[in-house]
Design a protein around this ligand. Sequence first.
Ligand code: PEP
Ligand code: MN
Length: 371
Amino acid sequence: MLLIMHPNIDEKSEAFQQTWTYLTTLPNIRVQKHIVEGKAQRLMEIYLIGNTAKIDKEIIEILPGVERVVRISEEYRILGKHKDERRTIGFDYNGIRFDQDNLHIFAGLCAVDNRENVEAMMKALAVQGQPCTRMGAYKPRTNPYSFQGHGKGCLPYTFELAGKYGIKVIAMEVTHEDHVEEIDACLEKTGRPTGVMLQIGTRNTQNFELLKAIGRQTKYPVLLKRGYGISLTESLNAAEYLASEGNANVVFCLRGMHSSFGAPHRNLVDFAQIPVVKRLTRMPVGIDPSHAVGSRDLSPEGILDLFHAAAQGVIAGANLILVDFHPEPLKALVDGPQALRLEELPLFLEDVQIAREAYEKRRRLARPPLS
Ligand code: PEP
Ligand code: MN
């Protein structure tokens, strides 16, 4: 059962205290509070978890401070879309709105290799007015002898440069909860020149302890990759793990499935599931064409497969694109073969814009405005 409290309710108020005392004394029911920070107001949702069938909805509705009560029994209790509900979709972070309607591009380095390349990347983004990027510091690698990322050593210059070039959000993978502390400490030390969206990689989608630890903090939103060898339902449940611990600011990112049927692509592109995730959940949905396609192969009409895959995602309503770029792909320490070159950035953005306009036209066609 979900209780939506009056906007901006004060937790010290008598109304709140009375309601909270009543709820927390309900037998065998776990009570969980979620705060949704919006631009104009602060919303509080309270979840009653357990066997709520015997709880009288009307009694809950008249508790002071309660605006509405929604019965939810389906999967994805917090992140799901349920019948008759009007909960907000998406979240704001560091001045940027993430929801199921808009689109943000996170072009950047798969792995930070040196200061010069971070600066070249961010400068190119600034020229294009792009406020988001991706920068890998902690790289989970298949081979233990491969470059594992510079870790916390590269954070100070990465954050400083982000501030210099007006980058608001960096998607950065973490593979251990200690990494969040390292990121937080470094952001604090450098004066918070930018923001970080914590990325959970496809290999960690079912690392439940990591999910729980990341879910317990709400300072940083999360970009969760779909698990490459598990069902969509299992991956959506992984997202729900984050929310169940308290962090519902999650972007769900499709990145292709591990399958020999995807060959010659690195993975089998799964972007047709964008509308499915939007229908089932309130999460913005991202795509990662780089890790899905995995190469710079060119189609006969002269368009890179990477561009095609990105466009397919955008035309299906993607809300975020995570895409690898590198000033010198041949010298990249990780995933060079799939990296786009910096001089291809304007072209990529324009191609995405074409697909986005087509998506918007398709929306209008499906639902013409009321005259
Ligand atoms: C990445 O985005 O750098 C990455 C490793 O992706 P994935 O977890 O999808 O393989
Ligand atoms: Mn990579």
